[in-house]
Design a protein. Structure first.
Length: 546
C-alpha cells in the first residue's frame, strides 16, 4: 500500500483539469487494485449517496455505544424527541411541543401518525420504554440521562420527562436519546442495550427499527452499511437520493482514490497532508470548520502501580510528573507539523462552541524541557520510566501521528513510551474498562453545554452518571462540588463562572493535558451539497447530489 500511496501522490501532483482523470486512473494501478477489493461493484443507483471514513459503525443499538460517529449513523434510522437543526438550534422531531409542568417535569406533545419502519404506530409507550432503556446499566448513554428519573405516559401522544431536580440541560440531553419501538424490542429480546464493551452480541447490533428518514437494509461489519429512504417518513429529505451506502476504508490512499475516481461522493476524514492537492482538483471541494471536540491526553492517577509500565510506585500519581509532561508536550509543533495547521491548540477541556467556555482558561505554559527534567528528578525519576500509550488509529484526525509525536516529546524527559495503536472498535472498549495507563481521547459535546464534559471527564467516577468517561481516576472534591452546582444552575453567567473555576482547578492539578480542538475538513465531489456541522455529524437527510 506504500507503493500505492506514492503512485497516488504522483498522480495528484500532475492533476489540473478534468481531462486528466484517465491519466490518474492509469497511474493508480496499485491503488485501483486496493480499491477494487473494497468496492465490489460500481453499478449503483443514480441517486445513491456513497460516503466513507476510517471508522466503522460499532453497533446499530441506539443506546449501546456513545460515540459521535456511531451516533450520527444511528440518527439516520432512529429519532429523538428533539434534534439540532442545520443551525444547531433545538427543533422538534418526534415531539412537536414541550412545556414545563413544574420545576422537575417537562411535558412533551408527540407527533401524530408516525410509523416505525415495520409499520407499528409510534406512541408514548415507546418514549417511556426508550427512556427506561437508556437508564439501564448496559446503556452507554448515562451522561445524557443525568438527573432524569424516568418518563410517564399521560396519554397516547403525551409524555412527561421527570427529573430528580431542576435540569437546565434537559432538552440538550434529549437530542441524543433515540426512540425505539417497545413491541419490536420485546419480540427480539433486546429490552436492555447491547453490552458492547464486554463483547455482547444482540439482535440490535446489526438490525434496527426506527422512525427516521432511512431504513437499515443491510449491515456488514467492516464492509458496508446500506440504508434506503423511508417512503413513509413524516418529514422529507432535502435531496432526491434513494439510498445511503457507508463504507469504512482504513487506507487513506484507497479512500481518497475512490473519491477522486468518483466511487465515493464524500470522505469525512481526508488526510490533512493531501488537502492542498485535493483543493486543486476541479472535481473536488473541501469544507472546513471548527469542531466542538477537544483532543487530550490522560493517565492512570488512581492505581498504586501502573498496569502497563515500569513496576513500583505509579509515577502519574505525582503531580510533578504530570507537570513535567505538560511542559514537554509542544502543542504548537503538533499544530504545525502533524496537523498542518488544522487544529486549534488549547489549554481548555472544552471548545469555544460549548456554553460555559471562557477564553481566559486558554493560557498554557511554554515548553520548558529544563524545568520538566528538574521536576522529574524532584519526583525521584531522573532516569525516567516506561509506559504503554494506548492510541486509536482510526478515530480522530491524524490520531496515530499525534501519539507518535507525543511519544517523541516525552522521550526528551526520559519517559519511554511503548505505542499501542488499535482501531477505535477495540480502543474504546479497552479504556472503558480503565484497562489503560496512558491514553489519547477526544471529547465532542453533543449537548453544547459544559456540564456534559465536566461531569463525564472531570467528575469523580461513581456508580451513576458521574465520571462515566473518567478512566484515569482523576478526583478533586472542589471540582465535584462545582459540577453538582452546574446540574441545577439556570443562570448562564453563573454557569460560565462555575465552569471556569472547575477548568482552572483541573489545570492546576494537571488532571488532563488538553492538546487541541479539532478542525474538521470534509472532502466531496463538486456536485455534492451537505451541511457541515460543528459536531462532525454528516446528516444524509440534508445531502443533495446535483
Amino acid at each position: 500500500m506504500k507503493i500505492a500511496y506514492i503512485t497516488y501522490r504522483r498522480a495528484v501532483d500532475s492533476m489540473r483539469v478534468r481531462s486528466t482523470l484517465a491519466v490518474i486512473a492509469a497511474s493508480f494501478a496499485c491503488v485501483a487494485c486496493a480499491a477494487s477489493s473494497v468496492f465490489a461493484s460500481t453499478e449503483l443507483p443514480a441517486k445513491s449517496f456513497r460516503w466513507s471514513s476510517r471508522s466503522d459503525v460499532f453497533s446499530m443499538d441506539p443506546h449501546s455505544t456513545n460515540n459521535g460517529f456511531n451516533n450520527t449513523i444511528s440518527s439516520y434510522v432512529y429519532e429523538p424527541l428533539v434534534i439540532r437543526g442545520k443551525t444547531m438550534a433545538i427543533e422538534g422531531a418526534l415531539a412537536v411541543s414541550w412545556l414545563p409542568v413544574d420545576a422537575t417535569t417537562m411535558r412533551f406533545k408527540l407527533r401524530d401518525k408516525v410509523k416505525f419502519h415495520d409499520g407499528a404506530a409510534f406512541s408514548a409507550d415507546d418514549v417511556v420504554f426508550s427512556i427506561t432503556r437508556a437508564l439501564e446499566k448496559t446503556s452507554d448513554f448515562s451522561e445524557y440521562m443525568q438527573g432524569i428519573r424516568g418518563a410517564k405516559k399521560i396519554d397516547a401522544l403525551t409524555v412527561d420527562i421527570v427529573s430528580d431536580v431542576q435540569n437546565p440541560t434537559l432538552l440538550d440531553q434529549l437530542t441524543e436519546i433515540r426512540i425505539m419501538n417497545k413491541a419490536w424490542a420485546q419480540n427480539h429480546k433486546v429490552l436492555r442495550p447491547q453490552d458492547y464493551k464486554n463483547g455482547e452480541e444482540t439482535y440490535t447490533a446489526r438490525n434496527a427499527n426506527g422512525t427516521g428518514p432511512f431504513i437499515l437494509k443491510s449491515r456488514e461489519p467492516d464492509v458496508k452499511t446500506v440504508m434506503i429512504v423511508n417512503p413513509n417518513w413524516w418529514s422529507k429529505i432535502d435531496g432526491a437520493i434513494t439510498e445511503v451506502i457507508y463504507r469504512p476504508i482504513k487506507s487513506d490512499a484507497t479512500r481518497v482514490a475512490a473519491l477522486i475516481t468518483g466511487e465515493l461522493d464524500l470522505v469525512l476524514d481526508p488526510p490533512v497532508q493531501d488537502l492542498a492537492k485535493l483543493k486543486e482538483n476541479r472535481d473536488i471541494k473541501i469544507l472546513e470548520g471548527n469542531e466542538n471536540r477537544t483532543i487530550f491526553l490522560n493517565f492512570d492517577q488512581s492505581r498504586e502501580e501502573l498496569l502497563y509500565g515500569s513496576k513500583g510506585k505509579n509515577p502519574f500519581k505525582d503531580i510533578r510528573v504530570r507537570q513535567a509532561m505538560l511542559l514537554a508536550i509542544d502543542v504548537n509543533a503538533i499544530h504545525k507539523t502533524v496537523m498542518r495547521g488544522l487544529s486549534l491548540p488549547t489549554m481548555s477541556m472544552i471548545a469555544p462552541q460549548v456554553r460555559g467556555y471562557t477564553k481566559d482558561v486558554e493560557k498554557r505554559p511554554a515548553v520548558d524541557l529544563v524545568r520538566a527534567k528538574k521536576l522529574m528528578a524532584e519526583a525521584g525519576l531522573a532516569n525516567g520510566f516506561e509506559v504503554t500509550f494506548d492510541c486509536p488509529n482510526d478515530r480522530y484526525i491524524n490520531d496515530i501521528q499525534i501519539c507518535s509525536a507525543i511519544a517523541a516529546m516525552l522521550a526528551k524527559i526520559d519517559i519511554r513510551v511503548r505505542l499501542n495503536a488499535m482501531p477505535a472498535t477495540l480502543f474504546l472498549p479497552k479504556i472503558q474498562k480503565s484497562d489503560t495507563s496512558l491514553y489519547l481521547l477526544g471529547w465532542g459535546v453533543p449537548t453544547f453545554d459544559s456540564l456534559n464534559p465536566l461531569q463525564a471527564l472531570l467528575r469523580t467516577k461513581t456508580k451513576g452518571t458521574d465520571g462515566n468517561f473518567n478512566f484515569s481516576g482523576y478526583s478533586n472534591a472542589k471540582v465535584d462540588a462545582l459540577v453538582e452546582k452546574l446540574k441545577t444552575e439556570t443562570d448562564f453567567k453563573k454557569r460560565a463562572d462555575l465552569t471556569r473555576e472547575a477548568l482552572l482547578i483541573d489545570q492546576a492539578d494537571v488532571g488532563h493535558i488538553p492538546l487541541h480542538h479539532q478542525v474538521i475538513p470534509w472532502a466531496m465531489r463538486k456536485n455534492v451539497t451537505v451541511v457541515h456541522r460543528s459536531d462532525n455529524g454528516m446528516w444524509a437527510r440534508w445531502a443533495v447530489i446535483n
